[in-house]
Design a protein around this ligand. Structure first.
Ligand code: 1HE
Length: 262
């Protein structure tokens, strides 16, 4: 079994994995080694049987983003940082397109590259301590881990530019309202994230694979090509053998009906 230095990986019986960024003394800042571990983990999770993943941070903060101390110490060349950013993209693309639902359990700082990481998850759960920001502008930096794609997609171009120019912080219901998280809870985000991950893990793996890869791919296509690709994916997913039992349950009225929340 793969060993990680900067991640704690707990594989539960039902296929739900809890992956925890484990550098709390550095506020889970993302150094190059952690990014490589995320590449390895998300590249292999589906084949290793993960049915859903909760991604969390140890300590009081989800992640403080790029390891600024390492970046300062390394005094990187443009080429070296370009290459490093491509490894961030490798990790986060494996996460978003890997076919396993990833639920981010957020708390404290979700900032800079930490927000880029969170935005590659499929579902984000915030608690009352969670706050989001892109402090790159103040630090003389720019985003390099996909924020121009994913954060802009979540909150829109104008809000992202405002966050970067002014350092604006979002939290609480406002963060949910603008799209940074889908859930806001009073207790620990981990509890709700686990509940959601377990619910996701009840879906058929091929269905989850399609949800957690095809939708993202289709966003990158023209509407015409996306419609064609959607038909192709549905052709495979909607005829899978394990779905027959679920259809049969609906037909014989033992299957759950969709009802409004009480
Ligand atoms: C770090 C980092 C880091 C903390 N890199 N070491 N990201 C930022 O600009 C966020 C920078 N961090 C902060 O604003 C604060 O540290 C926090 C709000 C996250 C937490 O505050 P606090 O008071 O709990 O902790 P602290 O005292 O600031 O930091 C504790 C330790 O964590 C300290 O190390 P120590 O060895 O002196 O104890 C800090 O140096 C360390 N630490 N954050 C390295 N980010 C692909 S491009 C992406 C671009 C970016 O992500 S830019 C980064 C944006």
């Amino acid at each position: 079994m793969q060993h990680y230095e900067n991640l704690d990986v707990e594989r539960q019986q039902d296929g739900v994995w809890i992956v925890t960024l484990n550098r709390p003394e550095k506020r889970n800042a993302l150094d190059a080694a952690t990014i490589e571990e995320l590449v390895t983990l998300f590249s292999g999770a589906q084949a290793a049987g993960a049915r859903a993943i909760v991604l969390a941070g140890a300590g009081d903060h989800f992640s403080a983003g790029l390891d600024l101390i390492e970046h300062h110490r390394e005094d990187r060349s443009p080429e070296a940082f370009w290459q490093l950013c491509l490894r961030w993209h490798e990790a986060f693309n494996k996460m978003e397109y890997g076919g396993v639902p990833v639920v981010a359990a957020l708390k404290g700082a979700v900032v800079g590259g930490g927000l880029e990481l969170a935005s590659a998850a499929h579902i984000r759960v915030a608690d009352q301590s969670t706050y989001f920001a892109l402090p790159e502008g103040q630090r003389g930096l720019f985003t390099g881990g996909g924020a121009t794609i994913r954060v802009a997609d979540l909150v829109g171009k104008a809000r992202m530019i405002d966050m970067m120019l002014t350092g604006r912080v979002y939290q609480g219901q406002e963060a949910v309202d603008i799209g940074l998280a889908q859930y806001l809870v009073d207790g620990p985000s981990m509890d709700r994230a686990l509940e959601i991950a377990r619910r996701c893990a009840e879906n058929l793996p091929l269905t989850n694979f399609a949800i957690c890869s095809a939708i993202s791919h289709m966003q990158n296509m023209s509407a015409l090509d996306a419609a064609y690709a959607e038909a192709c994916v549905a052709g495979i997913v909607n005829t899978q053998a394990p779905a027959r039992a679920r259809l049969e349950a609906f037909a014989d009225k033992t299957g759950a009906r969709v009802r409004p929340n009480k």
